[in-house]
Design a protein around this ligand. Structure first.
Ligand code: NDP
Length: 371
């Protein structure tokens, strides 16, 4: 197999499809391994769980980013990852000793993929060790924490990026391109629905101490963030209503289902549903005066499917985490600007909205937003 086709297939792309589809700029970053001799971002992953494993596998197809280290509380996982990814002993850390990473010149960045409530302290420790940080969503469990993380990274002169993989997804970027080009006309309405029935009641996602909340922190955030990049504006107010059918599983502070509404400065209104108790919810709908976009699934690992008033979205499926890490390496090493921001300030805006949604649900009031 020739190297170009091999490379495109690794990314989940077909070289046959590529010439016929609009690529919205995202494919400019795709580089064939044989021709690349530029800088490489050397990454350690912190938290070797479900999503960390997915990112590690996806990074094997990256050219600009390389998995070189691990930080974990589980020695057996460290051993497995060392064997699987040829990670040297000197690049392995645990949660007690990872501050020593500051003395390791072979690691440029740490990707924090642990439970939400741990991100704050871990990101600040990584920043103090002088390494760039990529942090999973939600970046923290409160705006105060998010701001402290941004400040710590600024002070240490390191970059802070949040793992918003949809910001690099081709069909999503095509909808954003169409909106920017005025193809939907004035945007009047957005609908975002994110939900699934959660399993094991003992998992950290249902523990307020570790998750910081419930479905909103985990998946409602996709609908919030999605409306911001689909409409292209920041919301001005929010109202919200919570429904709890099972307080044994969804304890105090862990939201099961929340419906919420937001208003945007251009006149658009948006309605959302975030749930840990309703299956098959992964849908965005945008309506403008001249057209519409509908995506379902809209935020899963893909393939994302969608159509607009002009027809099906035909951009190819990519492995989200591979393209994300290629792009993030470009942002950190080359100062590239993504089409939709993935910096700490972007993560903080979603945390401010989540805090306001919880307040709106609790008080029944319309909460103004200042982002
Ligand atoms: P997992 O439970 O699968 O993995 C979390 C890992 O964190 C554990 O395996 C463990 O790794 C480490 N950890 C450290 N302290 C704890 C603790 N007290 N309790 C549990 N685990 C701990 O979670 P996910 O990988 O699904 O989620 C991790 C983060 O990634 C979350 O913030 C989540 O929101 C985000 N995420 C993002 C996705 C995306 O698409 N962008 C998709 C899924 C998750 P070790 O044993 O190595 O220490």
């Amino acid at each position: 197999m020739d190297s170009r086709r091999d490379f495109l297939q690794k990314l989940g792309l077909s070289s046959i499809v590529l010439p016929f589809v609009p690529l919205s700029g995202w494919a400019e970053s795709l580089i064939e391994p044989e021709t690349y001799d530029g800088p490489v971002l050397r990454v350690a992953i912190m938290g070797l769980g479900g999503y960390g494993s997915r990112v590690a596998d996806a990074m094997q197809s990256c050219v600009k980013a390389k998995l070189v280290g691990v930080i974990s509380g589980t020695p057996s996982k460290i051993k497995n990852w060392q064997d699987k990814y040829a990670i040297p002993e000197k690049n392995c850390y645990n949660y007690q000793n990872f501050d020593q990473i500051k003395d390791n010149p072979d690691i440029d960045a740490v990707y924090v993929i642990t439970p939400n409530a741990l991100h704050h302290d871990q990101v600040i420790r990584v920043a103090k060790a002088g390494k760039h940080v990529i942090c999973e969503k939600p970046m923290a469990i409160s705006p105060k924490e998010g701001q402290e993380m941004i400040d710590a990274c600024k002070k240490a002169n390191v970059k802070l990026l949040v793992g918003y993989r949809m910001h690099f997804e081709p069909k999503t970027l095509e909808v954003i391109r169409m909106r920017n080009a005025g193809e939907f006309g004035k945007v009047m309405f957005f609908q975002g629905q994110c939900g699934f029935k959660i399993g094991d009641p003992t998992q950290w996602r249902l523990n307020k101490q570790l998750a910081g909340g419930g479905s909103m922190m985990d998946i409602g955030i996709y609908a919030i963030n999605g409306s911001r990049y689909m409409i292209g504006e920041e919301p001005m107010w929010v109202t919200a209503q919570e429904t709890k059918t099972n307080p044994q599983i969804f304890k105090e502070g862990v939201d099961e289902t929340i419906q919420f509404q937001m208003g945007f400065p251009g006149g658009a209104v948006a309605s959302y549903l975030s749930s840990y108790n309703i299956n098959y919810l992964d849908r965005f709908f945008l309506s403008g005066e001249k057209g519409f976009a509908e995506m379902q699934p809209s935020t899963g690992y893909g393939p994302i499917k969608g159509r607009t008033h002009k027809g099906e979205l035909t951009q190819p499926h990519t492995t989200h985490q591979t393209v994300q890490m290629e792009e993030m390496a470009g942002i950190i090493l080359e100062g590239k600007e993504p089409i939709v921001p993935v910096n700490g300030e972007e993560g903080l805006k979603d945390l401010k909205i989540i805090e306001a949604i919880y307040l709106a649900a609790k008080t029944g009031k319309k909460i103004p937003l200042k982002l």
